[in-house]
Design a protein around this ligand. Structure first.
Ligand code: NAD
Length: 495
């Protein structure tokens, strides 16, 4: 049995979508595993005037499922308390403080407190400053803050937010969520890279020709237009998830497996991002919006026709780019990235293409291809290694063979979900899987330069829904004599 954690967890935004879809199920799984048992309480706050009884129903519904024991779900929900709360009203924080103190005694939580900001980011600063002014941080146990993305919308706003959080919390008390870091296969990258002799020695510019990172979504903007219109693919996906994946793929070997050493290694990558100016940003980054198209027999709306999207919206739903790192081990190795909505298929996958063999024995005419390694993050989880082999037959033609491994889908489904792992990390005080200010500030500066270049453009290129982006995204690689390794064809799939 794992050691039981003790804490009063205060969730700002307890009636919200994130809380119901992700946080309550994650907390319930921790409860089922015994990480949370008797000594915890959750206070959900939001504007609506709910009773505790109603809140228990919400929590029970959020965790319901075929494999869920209803009595266990009921017992779990009894640990939840609701407080109607306007985050701008100082008096409400006093009530909250008193309730937290009472629950701390009742559940013997050792004065440990976790504050979870699961609300619109406009409120993060107000909440943090009221937590300080109304003295909600405890003296006895730990105080930890979990904060959701987006962390700012550019460098200046991210810095302002960080300054206001660090006025209340020490840096090591702040856990900035990037849920990608909680994914099984992202964590696996460390084991894969640093515990395999066959890869460790070749993971550098001498053997790798280029790296490709694809995070593609098949869905459109759905109900998130209000948020997405202000963000777009660059801020919503590249600044955080793509940059984190990039750092995991290219960081030098950390000295140890501790949070500090991993952060130090990742920091070297963030510090090495070669910045773009206005002209080079335009050359190396492509943006576009999805346009209406027929998909599986249905006419799919274009981005500008979606509800809540301006008819002349300048928000990019697709971005592709080339990133170079100023690090000796990666000199001259381009990292091509792309992400977007309404693409052909949903998948997150990373491909490293190795340098071609220079021997005169084999060449492209014999069928020889550069080797490549693909790591599948989602929806399937695994790897494949494409190698050259002799084709069956009397001649000596070369053809690519593929070694494939996939996690067993049932075992993968039973593994902790990202939020469960991350909340568990917070309970343990482990910062490894969270983003740090040094990383955020470097990635925002990089992103701001691209955004600045785009803001000068008046034309918004488009791509038909269910394709892999505009032609310019293909040209970006073609001009370097390369191509996207993954060029999916549309297959009828429930996303
Ligand atoms: P939501 O709109 O569903 O919920 C917002 C919550 O804030 C509600 O509980 C609402 O009652 C409360 N609230 C709003 N104004 C308030 C006020 N003045 N005083 C008190 N409470 C107030 O939002 P969400 O989708 O749950 O997202 C919350 C945060 O999580 C956002 O930062 C979002 O970017 C982030 N996030 C959400 C998801 C997701 O899947 N929903 C994924 C990643 C990140």
């Amino acid at each position: 049995m794992p050691e039981e954690s003790r804490a009063v967890i205060i969730i700002f935004g307890g009636s919200g979508d994130l809380a119901s879809r992700k946080l309550y199920p994650a907390l319930f799984n921790l409860y089922r595993r015994g990480v949370l048992a008797e000594h915890f309480a959750v206070i959900g706050t939001a504007r609506r005037p709910w009773t505790d009884d109603h809140y228990h129903e919400v929590v029970e519904n959020a965790v319901a499922g075929d494999d869920v024991d209803r009595d266990q779900a009921k017992a779990f929900a009894q640990h939840f308390f609701y407080q109607s709360h306007d985050v701008t009203d100082a008096d409400h924080y006093i009530t909250l403080k008193n309730l937290a103190a009472k629950l701390d005694d009742q559940y013997v939580t050792g004065g440990n407190r976790i504050f979870y900001m699961a609300m619109a980011p406009d409120f993060f600063e107000t909440i943090a400053s009221h937590l300080k002014s109304e003295h909600l941080l405890t003296e006895r146990g730990f105080n930890r803050l979990i904060i959701e993305k987006p962390f700012g919308h550019d460098y200046a706003s991210a810095k302002e937010l960080n300054d206001s959080l660090t006025a209340t919390f020490d840096d090591d008390q702040i856990f900035r969520i990037d849920h990608y870091l909680g994914k099984e296969m992202i964590q696996n990258l460390l084991a894969f890279r640093f515990d395999n002799a066959i890869f460790e020695g070749v993971w550098n510019k001498d053997y790798i020709d280029n790296i490709q990172i694809t995070l593609s979504e098949a869905v459109g903007v759905e109900e998130r237009a209000g948020y997405y219109e202000k963000a777009g693919a660059l801020r919503d996906m590249v600044q955080n998830h793509v940059m984190q994946v990039l750092s995991y793929l290219t960081m030098p070997k950390p000295k140890t497996f501790t949070a500090n050493d991993i952060l130090t290694a990742k920091d070297q990558v963030f510090a090495a991002l070669k910045p773009y100016d206005l002209a080079t940003a335009k050359e190396n980054f492509v943006r576009a919006q999805y346009a209406s198209a027929e998909v599986d027999g249905d006419q799919v709306l274009g981005y500008r026709q979606e509800e809540g999207v301006a008819a002349d919206s300048q928000t990019a739903t697709f971005v592709a780019g080339k990133i170079m790192l100023d690090m000796p081990q990666w000199e001259g190795v381009p990292v091509y990235i792309r992400t977007g909505k309404r693409l052909t298929r949903k998948s997150t996958q990373l491909t490293l293409t190795f340098e071609p063999v220079t021997s005169p024995l084999f060449n492209r005419e014999t069928g020889s291809q550069p080797d490549s390694l693909t790591i599948y993050i989602e929806p399937s989880e695994g790897y494949s290694l494409q190698l050259n082999g002799k084709a069956l037959g009397t001649g000596f033609n070369i053809e690519p063979d593929e070694l494939r491994y996939r996690h067993d889908p049932e075992a993968a489904a039973a593994a902790p979900e990202a939020y469960e792992r991350l909340i568990n990390n917070v309970l343990e005080g482990d910062q490894t899987n969270f983003t740090h200010w040094s990383e955020l500030s470097a990635s925002w500066r990089f992103i701001d330069a691209i955004q600045a270049a785009w803001s000068q453009e008046t034309e918004m290129p488009t791509y038909p829904a269910a394709t892999m982006g505009p032609q310019a995204a293909f040209d970006l690689l073609a001009r370097d004599g390369r191509q996207w390794f993954w060029q999916p064809r549309r297959i009828k799939l429930a996303d």
